[in-house]
Each structure stands twice: as C-alpha cells, then as structure tokens.
Design a protein around this ligand. Structure first.
Ligand code: AMP
Length: 190
C-alpha cells in the first residue's frame, strides 16, 4: 500500500508516519527528513537547499522528485510507502503518479489531517521551544504556512478527483488521531 499523509506543517504527519512504521512495518519517506539529513552531512545538495529551508520556501520539484524516486525500490520491497511531506505541488503529485505507474503501483489513499491554523501556531510555538528547529520560528513558520496554502492545498481537489482523499480530524491527542487513521485504513481494506 502507498499512503500519503497530507496536511499543513505541524499537523502531526511525522508523528503518525513513525507510528505506522512501528505498527505496520511500512517505510516512511519524508522529504523534509531527507533534506535535513543532506544539510547535516554538508553534501552538495545540502549546501544548495539550506537557504531555502531556512527561509521556509519550497525546494524545486526536481530535487524532491529525485529523492523520492531513489527510495521507491526500498519502499516497494517493504510493501509500501508512507509519503510524509511529499507531494507538495501538483507537479510533484503528477510525477509521483507517473513514477509509481512505471513500477505497476499507485497511490492508494490520501489521509488529510485537518488542524486549524490557531492550533498549528500554538503547536509550533511549543515545538520551537522544545526542539529549537530554526524553521519553526514564527516568521519562517508563516512562510511555510503560506507555501502550504498557495502551493500544496491545491492538491486536495487533485486527489479528491481521483476518489482517494479521506479527511480526518487532526486536532485530538496523538492516540485518537492514530485510531482514526487505523479505522480509515481498515475501510479502504489495507
Ligand atoms: P517538512 O519537515 O516536511 O516540514 O519540510 C521542511 C522543509 O523542507 C520545507 O519547509 C521545505 O523547505 C522543504 N521540503 C520538504 N519537502 C518538500 C517538498 N515535497 N517540496 C518542496 N520542498 C520540500
């Protein structure tokens, strides 16, 4: 199964993806984690994208599509991927559909975690205080939220049109959201 966890930054995608990995043995493909690892390693890619992440803008489609394509064989071997933070543009979604189709696979379901903006702001203030992740500071977070609203939210009608979108309340405690995810996956027969 290939599953997309969809939602704005700080909606809980990473937390829920990690739980699905633990419980269901799937592979988490987080482009944000891959980009942060590249930056931490000081690689050429890391040096190229650091400023973009620091500003809260999106890196180019080409970069993230290549990162995902590299990891698809590993995900396929594990029985499927949880895409976390990818796709973030319609071009990325179209590329993902094409990459999976070449492998005889598809996106099975898109789970949207709905969290209102004021809740996101307080979550992020807490995460910034606890973890000090630079792009969680309030100004950069505002840019990330704008990128979500302008470039990523248009994916909702894309996946709705494909009949793949399931909307979940992402406001509750982690365990409650996790339980709703399991129910939703059960309904799609996964
Ligand atoms: P995340 O941890 O998913 O919030 O991603 C952190 C940052 O990495 C984002 O603010 C973007 O700068 C970059 N990024 C992650 N995934 C993507 C993507 N699919 N497309 C473009 N930029 C991305």
């Amino acid at each position: 199964m290939n599953l997309i966890l969809f939602g704005p930054p700080a909606a809980g995608k990473g937390t829920q993806a990690k739980r699905l990995v633990d419980v269901h043995g799937m592979v988490q493909l987080s482009t944000g984690d891959m980009l942060r690892a590249a930056i931490a390693s000081g690689s050429e890619l890391g040096q190229k994208v650091k400023g973009v992440l620091d500003r809260g803008d999106l890196v180019t489609d080409e970069i993230v599509i290549a990162l995902i394509e590299d990891r698809l064989p590993e995900a396929e071997a594990a029985g499927g991927a949880i895409f976390d933070g990818f796709p973030r543009t319609v071009a990325q979604a179209e590329a993902l559909d094409a990459m999976l189709a070449r492998r005889g696979a598809k996106v099975d379901v898109v789970l949207r975690l709905k969290v209102d903006e004021s809740a996101l702001m307080s979550r992020i203030a807490k995460r910034f205080a606890e973890q000090g992740r630079a792009d969680d500071n309030p100004d950069v977070f505002a840019t990330r939220l704008k990128a979500y609203n302008d470039q990523t939210a248009p994916l909702l009608p894309y996946y709705q049109g494909q009949g793949k979108l399931i909307e979940l309340d992402g406001m509750g405690p982690v365990e409650a959201v996790a339980a709703d995810i399991d129910v939703a996956l059960g309904k799609v027969g996964k």
